[in-house]
Ligand binder design. Structure first.
Ligand code: NAI
Ligand code: 15L
Length: 269
């Protein structure tokens, strides 16, 4: 497969999209931007809803690959998740298939497996083939997205990497995030690896830095060529002093998904 150059970045106005707009061009990508909202500083961005099939088809035409970040990124009423994350991701994959796009990198989430008990002590890291246990309708939509990616690979040969992102923000802001944090720089490294690795078929990876307190197995990400450079541990002393260590009696500290498992989810997570 020739290395992708022109990449459609959906969700370009969002938090992760904004970080990746800054970081990915250094890898040589030419980004085409897409979002429901205008993208600050980028008047050329396509402003459209994933529900608009014609606009989505037009947006994917001629790109080598897609990084699909657009959608609702937290828990929401099912009807909203259905439209943006489930039908919207279907529209994107249909358009990618119709237009002959080589590969999609899908922003899945740890919340597809959020009800998995977190490892404690010396317990093994959570593998990517752990049974899916969504913690929200949001997590359920990511589980759907991973299955959709598998279907388009099996049926149409459209490759995908589903990245179960932990928490990709400038800094970790909770003790849980010490385990699941992905620095923005490592996020760009992982997306680059997902875009360029050969023969990925449909590969599922966890997306985080090489955290000392890591909960999941990064081996499928490393097999793509991803070499994380960061670790959340330098933030640990301050966060633990402020918040204390995770409490084994607290349900929201018991699972990968943190507070998303609560009903309703409690912020911050
Ligand atoms: P965000 O909420 O900041 O950005 C999402 C973007 O998608 C927004 O700009 C929004 O306008 C756009 N969008 C929503 N519905 C749309 C629609 N129907 N059509 C077109 N655009 C639409 O979220 P963030 O944090 O940037 O996350 C990006 C992606 O990564 C999301 O899919 C999220 O689920 C996933 N993710 C992010 C994590 C993180 O730590 N930031 C962790 C795990 C997954
Ligand atoms: C996600 O999937 C969310 O999109 C993000 O905002 C964070 O909440 C992250 O998970 C997390 O688990 O911290």
């Amino acid at each position: 497969m020739p290395a992708p150059r022109t990449v459609l970045l959906t969700g370009a106005a969002g938090g992760l999209g904004t970080l990746m707009r800054d970081l990915l061009p250094a890898y040589g990508y030419e980004l085409r931007l897409f979002d429901l909202r205008p993208v600050e500083g980028a008047p050329e961005a396509i402003v459209a809803d994933l529900a608009d099939k014609a606009a989505v088809r037009e947006a994917v035409r001629g790109v080598d690959a897609i990084i699909h970040l657009a959608g609702i990124s937290l828990e929401a009423p099912f009807e909203k998740i259905l439209a943006a994350n489930i039908a919207g991701t279907y529209n994107l994959y249909e358009a990618a298939h119709d237009e002959g796009v080589q590969r999609v990198v899908f922003a899945s989430s740890n919340h597809a497996v959020g009800f998995t008990p977190r490892p404690r002590g010396e317990e093994p890291l959570i593998p990517v083939d752990t049974p899916r246990r969504p913690d929200t309708f949001y997590g359920l939509s990511k589980s759907f997205g991973e299955d959709l990616a598998q279907l388009y690979w099996d049926k149409h040969g459209l490759e995908s990497v589903s990245v179960r992102i932990g928490s990709c923000f400038a800094e970790p802001t909770s003790v849980r995030m010490l385990s699941v944090w992905m620095s923005p720089a490592d996020g760009a490294r992982l997306l680059h690896a997902a875009l360029t690795a050969e023969n990925v078929g449909h590969t599922v990876v966890y997306g985080s830095s090489a955290n000392t307190r890591l909960w999941w197995d990064l081996s499928t990400a490393r097999a793509l060529g991803y070499e994380p450079q960061d670790d959340s541990e330098p933030y640990a002393e301050k966060l633990v002093a402020e918040q204390g260590e995770l409490d084994p009696e607290n349900i929201a500290h018991a699972y990968l998904g943190g507070h998303f498992v609560s009903d309703p989810p409690i912020w911050p997570y």
